[in-house]
Design a protein around this ligand. Structure first.
Ligand code: BYC
Length: 330
């Protein structure tokens, strides 16, 4: 049901010579900027890299529902509540597109969920920080979804076509998410009280650095980047995307009337980019390693949801079995 293994045709064993030829054709296709489909031959390492990245991306979407979901019952107006409900639901949908894309590579949903629940699979570091006020919801939309779009737009050209197609749909929704966050913050900054403006500034102070960490370690320490760029899985490096994000966000902060918490942030005319201060990579690795402020809480919430939903999966399976039996009897 939810966990069907892909019904891939049993691949006939290939000889070393055949494999070398398949690999030559695969490399040529990648070099030409071509796309790979689920049933095409691909090197095992390419398959594994994709399963790792796509499943971790899917987990991020699903775990990412939790920090904002926390505020649905406390949204300040009916309009904001409806928008937030739709956004959180969209994240669930993104997770499902992505699990489906990863399943085309022959890994079952159960295997992926199990890897998340057992702590083997990662999800984005950003979702291990708490949402302390309503302003956090706006800042997540503006900064976190903003960073996500910057990282995800190049993935629409990922060489693995099912992932690229999923990303096209996801990016459309992410830009709405980013705008709704910025709009909520603009309302608080322009029409709000001093206390509300202070709340926005406090949320920006807490989310700025973790948002920059979302792009992953510096290029020099990014173990997967070189191979993933070679295969056209990643099109732009971690550091280049981070720089693009800072350049796009600094003027938005000015318009909003908030200060980004980095005294070294300034426009560098010679580089044509903003300079910015050092990122605390020790904090990043601590959070990635399970020691962030909310890691345990987030994982426990996912496991609890999975356990609570067992009866739904069992009922759906029983219904499918019943339908099959009555079809066979007819
Ligand atoms: N957090 O060699 P690197 C969203 C890991 S959700 C945790 O650079 P790669 C949203 C990395 O996995 C958006 N771990 O790796 C949802 C690797 O460890 P493993 C999520 C991180 O793959 C709800 C190791 O560090 N977006 O938008 O070449 C509400 C070395 O890194 C992180 C995606 O998942 C991190 N931040 O590059 C609102 C995008 N960074 O696997 C919003 C798809 C790195 O060897 N993913 N690591 O154990 C990617 O683009 C790439 O996987 C990354 C990392 C840029 C994240």
């Amino acid at each position: 049901m939810y966990t069907q293994l892909m019904q891939t045709e049993k691949a006939k064993p290939v000889t070393t010579v055949e494999e070398a030829e398949l690999k030559r054709r695969f490399d040529a296709r990648i070099d030409d900027g071509g796309f790979v489909e689920a049933k095409d031959w691909m090197p095992e390492h390419y398959r594994k890299t994709l399963v790792r990245q796509i499943s971790q991306h899917a987990h991020s979407e699903i775990v990412g529902m939790l920090p904002e979901g926390n505020w649905i019952t406390r949204a300040p107006t009916l309009k904001r509540k409806a928008i937030l409900l739709a956004k959180v639901q969209d994240e669930g949908g993104h997770g499902l597109y992505l699990y489906a894309a990863a399943e085309t590579l022959g890994t079952s949903r159960d295997q992926m969920i199990d890897a998340l629940h057992s702590g083997k699979a990662k999800y984005s570091s950003i979702f291990n920080y708490p949402t302390l006020s309503w302003a956090d919801v706006g800042v997540i939309g503006w900064l976190v979804d903003g960073a996500a779009i910057m990282n995800q737009v190049p993935l629409c050209r990922c060489s693995y076509a099912p992932y690229a197609r999923a990303m096209v749909r996801i990016c459309r929704e992410e830009s709405f998410h980013q705008r709704q966050g910025y709009d909520a913050l603009l309302t608080m900054m322009r029409d709000g009280t001093d206390a509300q403006r202070a709340m926005v500034q406090d949320a920006v102070n807490r989310w700025w650095w973790p948002s920059l960490m979302m792009f992953g370690p510096p290029d020099a320490e990014s173990v997967h980047s070189a191979q993933s760029m070679r295969w056209g899985i990643k099109r732009i490096s971690n550091d280049d995307l981070r720089q693009k994000f800072v350049d796009a966000t600094a003027p938005q902060a000015q318009l909003l009337g908030v200060t980004l918490p980095d005294p070294l942030l300034q426009w560098n005319e010679a580089r044509g980019h903003h300079d910015f201060g050092p990122i605390d990579w020790d904090e990043f690795w601590r959070v990635v390693g399970g020691e962030g402020p909310c890691n345990r809480e987030r994982l426990a919430a996912r496991v609890q949801a999975w356990d609570d939903g067992a009866w739904v999966r069992e009922a759906a399976l029983a219904h499918a079995r019943k339908q099959r039996t009555s079809k066979e009897a007819a």
